[in-house]
Design a binder for this molecule. Structure first.
Ligand code: ZN
Length: 266
């Protein structure tokens, strides 16, 4: 894709992000890798719903400006991903409400509840809080960038990336949709997990179809620990405390009842 097309598409995706409520005010940013050391990115302090093609900033992979537009200070998050993932050419960062609710609650999006999410996105881990625009944030993302395609940033927001701008946006949309369904299912009493053999079948299908590579077997993901598909690479740590896998939550009443039953049995 040439620069003119990329500028046009960033404006279009920015408008979609704003219209869908993924960002408000001047939140969020979008970038595209135009060349080996050339990044096109949304500028600082602008609503993603009201951008025009000529306002985009250009930087190199170290964040040095290459035109007179000032890039967002959050560009370091994007540059880390480009440096670590040669297959990634586009990054979308947003404060999507449902996905960010998971991040604010200290939860990963990693329960095996939707077959298509296992096929196309995989697990979305929770990365530790780091002050936005500082190395604290990029250091927290580092262990997870290689094997995941989207990340939750604790008490901040989410970032999704892919081979082109549409794939990055689609992954952001899938993440937000999954978070919303998980929250709705919880209000109906909780979602049921897919059985282990169904998860393994989906993992085999996604690799054959080329949706995700074998690297995704190494995601920080509670349910992959028990699956019979092995990761042959260095895997990031699974923080089971923040994982939804196998987690049971009880209301106060349910807990009291359970304790009472246990006392009676005893
Ligand atoms: Zn942000």
């Amino acid at each position: 894709m040439d620069e003119k097309e990329a500028r046009k598409l960033i404006v279009e995706i920015g408008k979609l992000m704003y219209d869908k409520g993924y960002v408000t005010s001047s939140d969020g940013n979008i970038s595209y890798r135009l060349g080996e050391n050339l990044i096109l990115a949304t500028p600082t302090q602008v609503s993603k719903g009201r951008m025009s093609e000529e306002i985009m900033a250009l930087t190199d992979l170290d964040g040095n400006p290459l035109n007179d537009r000032r890039v967002s200070s959050e560009i370091q998050m994007h540059l880390l991903i480009y440096r670590m993932r040669p297959d990634v050419n586009a990054v979308c960062h947003a404060h999507v409400p449902n996905g960010t609710a998971f991040a604010a609650a200290g939860l990963a999006i990693d329960a095996p509840i939707l077959s298509e999410v296992i096929l196309t996105l995989g697990c979305v881990p929770l990365t530790a809080y780091g002050t936005p625009s500082t190395p604290e944030l990029t250091d927290a993302l580092k262990p997870y960038v290689e094997h995941h395609n989207a990340l939750l940033m604790e008490n901040h927001g989410v970032v999704a990336y892919g081979k082109d701008l549409w794939q990055a946006f689609d992954r952001l949309e899938t993440l937000e949709h999954t978070a919303k369904i998980a929250i709705l299912a919880k209000s109906l009493g909780g979602a049921n997990d897919l059985p282990q053999d169904a998860i393994e079948k989906l993992i085999n299908i996604r690799e054959k179809a080329g949706y995700l590579t074998e690297a995704a077997r190494c995601q920080a993901c509670g349910y992959l620990e028990h699956a019979d598909v092995k990761c042959s690479l260095d895997a990031p740590p699974v923080n089971n405390e923040n994982s939804n896998a196998g987690k049971i939550s009880l209301t106060r009443e349910e807990l009291i009842e359970l304790l009472a039953q246990a006392a009676n049995i005893g």
